[in-house]
Design a protein around this ligand. Sequence first.
Ligand SMILES: Nc1ncnc2c1ncn2[C@@H]1O[C@H](COP(=O)(O)OP(=O)(O)OP(=O)(O)O)[C@@H](O)[C@H]1O
Ligand SMILES: O=C(O)C1=C[C@@H](O)[C@@H](O)[C@H](O)C1
Ligand SMILES: [Mg+2]
Length: 195
Amino acid sequence: MECATDPTRTPPEGRAAARPIFLVGMMGVGKTTIGRQLAAALGREFIDLDQAIEARCGVRIATIFDIEGEAGFRRRETAALDEYTRRPGLVLATGGGAVLSEANRRMLSERGCVVYLRAGVDELYRRVARDRGRPMLRAEDPRQRIVDLLALREPLYESVADVTLDTGDQPIIQVLRNLLALLPDRAAAQAPLTE
Ligand SMILES: Nc1ncnc2c1ncn2[C@@H]1O[C@H](COP(=O)(O)OP(=O)(O)OP(=O)(O)O)[C@@H](O)[C@H]1O
Ligand SMILES: O=C(O)C1=C[C@@H](O)[C@@H](O)[C@H](O)C1
Ligand SMILES: [Mg+2]
């Protein structure tokens, strides 16, 4: 789906509904961090899918993996994605594996503007190395795990992306600036960006 507002969906107040924006990409690429600030800059509601699932279950994602396995987590993820991708105007940060199922990919690409945030293996590893809360990185060699996951997932992220943005080694403010410049409703931003 393209990223402009949808003129066929007119909310009661008469303004065209803002297309929801979905952030996808690998663990640690910055979906939660950038998503929250993007939503603030655009004056939109922000939801982090991982945090929504945790709030609903009352436990951390690592605990869901421990008790229900990855398959149990993925079922919860699909149910939450189905709910939140229907909300107009949202900025939604998805989990790193949200693109794995075809049903999820269809929801993402049909219901909103999908932004793929990219980063290289070393950058991703640097960002997640100190964080023990990511069950997919419980491996003898977490860096190699990132290599393997990226190889599998990169084509899937690309297949749903309307906009792809390299976060490289750029500071968060620069990533945000670049993203806002790529989105057509930049003019709707309510908060000026300050250094
Ligand atoms: N451009 C950046 N430069 C430096 N650090 C960054 C950048 N983007 C994010 N980070 C840092 O990387 C860490 C991971 O970011 P974040 O939690 O937003 O990633 P995520 O994509 O939501 O990961 P997950 O899929 O596991 O939820 C955080 O500590 C964040 O501050
Ligand atoms: O990359 C993944 O498969 C995951 C990423 C996180 O956002 C969480 O959704 C969970 O830890 C699984
Ligand atoms: Mg996150």
